[in-house]
Each structure stands twice: as structure tokens, then as C-alpha cells.
Write a protein that binds this ligand. Sequence first.
Ligand code: ADP
Length: 386
Amino acid sequence: MDRFFSSDFTLGILGGGQLGKMLLTETQKWDIKTHVLDPSDQAPCKTGCTQFTQGSLMDYDTVMAFGQNLDVLTIEIEGVNLDALTDLERQGVKTYPRAETLRFIQDKGIQKSFYAQHDIPTAPFVLFDHGDDVREAYKAGDLQLPCVWKICRGGYDGKGVQILRKPEDLQDLPQAPCLIEEFVPFELELAVIVARTPSGKAISYPVVEMEFHPEANQVEYVLCPARIDQSLAKKAQEVALKVSRALKHQGLLAVELFATSTGDILVNEVAPRPHNSGHYSIEAAHTNQFEQHLRAILDLPLGATDSKLAGIMVNLVGKEGHQGPVFYEHLEKILEMPGVTPHIYGKKQTRPFRKMGHVTIVHNDMAQARVVAEQVKNTINVISIP
Ligand code: ADP
């Protein structure tokens, strides 16, 4: 086995945001050297890594230069130059996830076609080259409303996804490759994280549940375990493991799922990295997702994925109407609440809905954790300094 700990072994991380920062907590725990590339000189990772390089993640030469002298390379964001990653793999740098996995993830059309080919349950869909083709299909009576439009490449955090409810909603669709998916009147959105090593060992985390704000259509809480019965949880984990086996990814894979009223589980999309839906695990699980990602990409034994306590995560996003240097109003008040741990990502500037941090609430009892989570949500505010 390679010597990873207290050695010259160096792990490269493409992207220096909050996911990278939380991964660095684990590399520090194990005294593993790291080198991070990010375009911003204020990246959250800047202070926690051994070496930091400022530069574009999409530029071939920058990524190639960064990849020299690394032993293992991983990502914390999917938008990276894949030609460079492929060439680095050819040069012998172990990159996890592999460039081919990322190529698959970067295109929702390829992703959906893969599920269909591998008999993985997902909402029915049709691929289109342009917005005009979608309009033509609607005129020809081939599309039923409501349905969901998704851009194949470049969408993130809900941008690039639109529910088409009435004919006018089709007017402004961009002239880009896209897919139209059947609207799923799901009961719940669930997620399962699977860890897989290069030698093919895999383990899944418990099922988590996203709870949405009743009006704003924004995820308010991520709860682990999901408040669902055992058989549905088992089904969700089996589907996630099936995706993992089909994809043969290395490292973590977060599988986002819809649960329908008829008890079906459909795959929405996947992310081949630590994920927002796994942040609860830092406080609540035996092995948190970031340590697990390290174990997986270094081909070490995987850790136990079960939880010690019920966990709920609340995202801390910038309040509407606030832009500028950040201030976490009433942070000290939430620290008085039982089982509450805030995580501050280190972004110095807030803007509306920017992900600035998260708070984890743990408790022996999920119902009690949920009460505290709501108190946290109603107390802390991410605002700009007046
Ligand atoms: P993103 O890649 O931006 O996260 P998603 O594909 O996850 O986009 O979609 C964002 C949200 O849109 C989902 O979390 C879900 O609430 C809703 N959504 C996506 N697909 C469908 C669908 N087929 N039916 C109903 N709602 C959907």
C-alpha cells in the first residue's frame, strides 16, 4: 500500500469551495498533503491546504500543470477540463472520479440515456437538440403539459430546470440541447450516498429526506434517517447501489431520488462527489462523507455508514436583499440550543441565496431534532454588515 500519512504523498483537489474545505478537515486529521486549484484567491480552501494555486479549472494547460507531481487527483466540483483529466490519467495520475464518469455526469441527456439502457428506474424523457424542436413537438401534440425541461449541459442548483405548465412557458427555451421529462408528482425527494473503492468495494449510507418549504420550493431541511418505512428505504438503497454498480465510479456517488405515491423510486440525478445531502454525517454518522470519500479514493477499508444519532441539516443561505460583507446574525443564540453545530464556509461576501454555511442538529429523537432545526432556521440570519 502507498504511504499516505505523514509522507510526501500529495492529493490534488480541483475546486476550492466548501466541499473541498470540509475534505481538508479530514486530510488534516490524517496528516495528508494537499494541493488545491481554484479560480478565486478567496476560495474557502485557501487556508486549509498545504499548497494553493489560483487558476482556471476549465483551462487545459492550467489543469495539466496543476496535475504534475500529484499522486491522486479528486474534484469537489464537476465543471473541470476533462481533456486535461484524461491526459493526466494517461500519464499515470490516479484521478477519482475518472474523466469518463465526469463526462457522463456533465450531460443530463447522456445520464438519462444511461439509466434507460441499464434498466434503472427514471422518469420517461425525450431528447431535443434545440428549444425550437420542443415547441414543434408540442404543436404536433407529442408533449403533454405539465412536463419538465432540463438543459443537457451547464445547469446547476435548479438553473437549467424549468417546469412547463402552460404553453407560454415554452416561449423562451434556449436553443441548446435539452431533454423533456415527464412531470413526476413525487411525494418525497430522497437521496442515498454510495461509497465505492477502485477495487470495487461499495457501501451505502442511510436514506435521507429533503423537506421543502411549503411555498418557496426550496429545500429547508435534510433529515437522516428519512421518515419512511423500512421497505421503501431498502428499495431506495438498492436502486442507489444499482446505479453505483452500473457506473463503476470511484469515490462517493450521491444519488438523488423521487419517491412516488405508488411506492416507486425513480432516479433524478447523481453527483460523483461529497454532497449537500451528506453534510449531516459530519456530526451524526460513524464515518462522515468526507472521510469516506478519502477512504474510497485511497482504496482504504470503507468506514461504517450508520448513524450515531438522528441528524438534520439546515443550509445557511444569504438572505434576500443583502449583498456585501457577511454577518451571521444571532449565531451565538443557536449555539445555546442542544446538539447544534454551525459550519461557516468562509465566503467573505454574501448575496441572496448564496450557500454560506450549514447547521447540523443532532438528537436521540428525530421529532425533537426537527423542533430544534426549526428554531435554528427561525433564529439565524445571513445578512450583510449594515
Ligand atoms: P439541478 O441539477 O439543478 O439540481 P434537478 O434535476 O435536481 O436539477 O431538478 C431540480 C428540482 O426540480 C428537483 O429537485 C425537483 O424538485 C424538480 N424536478 C426535477 N425533475 C422533475 C420531474 N421530472 N418532475 C417533477 N419535478 C422535478
